[in-house]
Design a protein around this ligand. Sequence first.
Ligand code: SAM
Length: 211
Amino acid sequence: MRMRNKPWAEEYLLEHSDIVSIGDERKTKITDWFGNDQPIHIEVGSGMGRFITEMAKQHPHINYIGIERDKNVMIRIVEKAVEQNITNLRLLTLDAENLPEFFMAGEVARVYLNFSDPWPKTRHAKRRLTHANFLKLYKQVLAEDGEIHFKTDNQQLFEFSLESMSQFGMKLKNINLDLHANEPEDNIKTEYEEKFSNRGFRINRLEATFN
Ligand code: SAM
């Protein structure tokens, strides 16, 4: 997702440093950031943040962290969190490749990947968020029974991810090749999900674990 550069983005995020961290450095302890030790679910590549803000509102007993590397996009999530006074949501302007510098091993219960950039060219495969290099990082931060939940409209990315996760030895379950054919009541449509589903693309979904 590309957004026009906003020169005031960093200043705006710094003004809200109680809920958004813009550095790669670890907060003392994630539990201190929230003030409680509820399970932690993260979304990597949150975009405009509809999914993570709605999840946080619907599941107050989970702590959510939205991760988005683009500060200009992150602003939109912070605005939603502030306007709606969501208390169990924190935000990180971090590149996913630095996840283990921020989270302790086993600290995260679930990773959501929603409509990750497909990077269709083979020479860019390493940038896909389901490439083995990223799976390795999720494995480090996820708890033993932690899960990855992945949705995409992009057929090639979904096929690549099935293969990448299988080759990594992950267990796959609840594979759905047309999520909206019989849409679960609790499905929260991300901004991209709505856009591509309206254009007639089928939505793929899977859940995966390392153990
Ligand atoms: N999840 C949102 C949705 O479904 O509407 C946004 C999807 S958008 C295609 C992908 C987002 O992931 C972009 O906002 C991009 O900046 C972010 N992103 C891509 N690679 C990332 C990375 N390595 N670390 C953090 N964010 C990343």
